[in-house]
Design a protein around this ligand. Structure first.
Ligand SMILES: *Cc1c(COP(=O)(O)O)cnc(C)c1O
Length: 414
């Protein structure tokens, strides 16, 4: 179906979805027809064309030798992971459960890496057996890995996840610098490298991930530049050459009023110098960035249906069948300090000009169950479909779906 671009609201950055007539299109299917196909609301829908488009945009903008990994905790739906496996160069997993999904999806174990604090002994043994790269985050992991390697007769492939001695500017979620549960502090890396050598683990390189959800190309590139600098310093204590250098990622997407999309061209240009420096220092290394939300976040919508329209002392409430239990982040309860609205639209009234200021709420008995607060939207009522954009990452899997015992929403890849 030939759609027209969705014009940006006054408040939010544009989304990549298109519209036709009054309807939002997901994978070229009008939203009300898609709802009929799914059979019920609420549901999550991911647009495979947009997933592919995003990877193409990255490939075009980034230096050619940068390898792109998908951090699948952003969206572990098996069909999405399977789609991404064909597009990207590797998958980053954060648990034994994610490892299973990645392997089932056909990911090459050589190109899977596993990071996370508190990996269980069972997960570490699984990782050795699978032949994937383990990002070591604690000296505690090392004897477990060498035992598993000896027992199974397969090498344990390791990289050291470093907790850098710098912080990234502008990241909403910092995952490095200062005191952190993630990675090995720079000061302890040399001794961990020594033990890796002594235990004859297969050392492959370093992983440095400073933070998440960054919209500023300059600070992303600055963090990567410092990561390469740090890796050069740390490599002096390494038992063998660096074959893999994971520079993290942290590319963000605009969620809230006033936020501008990341300037991907600028990020790509800024990374040229970083890559050149890394290439000089580590001629044999694969240079990797790992992205989650930037790859999938904008390609997904959460869709629910209006069941009631209530006016309470002059304020309009659109009461829907979906809410916080499925889309925790859009309700403002997943790490936000001050609640701000996600981009929301009435998917069945896309052209309609009449705006009224409404609150979109869910069916849960808590005032926290809010999808949009005092937002200008076209006049809508029972039967209309509400669409929450930017829902492709940290949506379904990051929400408390059993809270109030409603059915879990289906997920579809269109
Ligand atoms: C969560 C995570 C990511 C992905 O972060 P996004 O903000 O979704 O891009 C990447 N690397 C590691 C180690 C992570 O834990």
């Amino acid at each position: 179906m030939k759609g027209r671009p969705l014009t940006a609201s006054a408040q939010h950055a544009p989304t990549p979805f298109q519209v036709s007539g009054n309807e939002l299109l997901v994978g070229d299917v009008p939203i009300s027809r898609l709802a009929a196909r799914v059979g019920r609301t609420p549901f999550y829908a991911y647009d495979r064309g947009l997933l592919s488009q995003r990877v193409s945009e990255l490939r075009a903008a980034l230096p050619a030798e940068v390898r792109l990994h998908y951090a699948m905790k952003a969206n572990p739906m098996p069909a999405v992971v399977q789609h991404m496996v064909r597009l990207v160069d590797g998958i980053d997993v954060a648990s034994g459960g994610e490892l299973k999904i990645a392997l089932d999806a056909g990911a090459d174990p050589m190109e899977i890496s596993f990071a996370g604090p508190g990996k269980s002994a069972d997960e570490l043994v699984q990782a050795v057996a699978a032949g994937i790269l383990i990002n070591v985050e604690s000296p505690r992991e090392l004897p477990i890995l060498s035992d598993a390697s000896a027992r199974l007769g397969v090498p344990a492939r390791v990289a050291v996840r470093v907790n850098p001695d710098f912080e990234i500017k502008g990241s909403r979620m910092r995952m490095g610098g200062g005191s952190k549960q993630f990675g090995v502090d720079v000061e302890q890396v040399a001794s961990v490298l020594e033990e890796i050598g002594a235990r004859r683990l297969e050392f492959e390189g370093f992983h440095l991930f400073a933070g998440s959800q960054n919209l500023d190309a300059r600070s992303i590139c600055e963090a990567q530049r410092r990561a390469v600098e740090l890796a050069i310093r740390l490599a002096e204590s390494a038992p063998n050459t660096v074959k893999s250098l994971n520079l993290g990622g942290g590319f963000g997407i605009p969620y809230f009023p006033g936020e501008q999309p990341l300037d991907l061209q600028a990020a790509g240009e800024g990374m040229q110098a970083v890559v050149a420096e890394a290439r000089r220092a580590f001629p044999e290394a694969k240079l990797i960035i790992e992205l989650g939300r930037y790859l999938v976040g904008e390609a997904g919508v959460y869709v629910c249906r209006i069941v009631d329209r209530k006016v309470s002392r002059g304020r309009v409430f659109l009461v829907t069948d979906g809410g916080l239990h499925h889309q925790l982040a859009a309700s403002g309860n997943f790490g936000q300090v001050i609640r701000r609205n996600y981009p929301v639209a009435i998917g069945t009234r896309m052209g309609a000009p009449d705006l009224e200021t409404v609150s979109v709420v869910g069916p849960l008995c808590t005032p926290l169950d809010l999808l949009a607060e005092q937002m200008p939207l076209p006049a809508a009522g029972p039967g209309d479909l509400v669409v929450v954009f930017q829902s492709g990452a940290y949506g379904y899997s990051a929400s408390p779906r059993d809270f109030l015992s409603h059915p879990h929403p289906p997920e579809v890849l269109v």
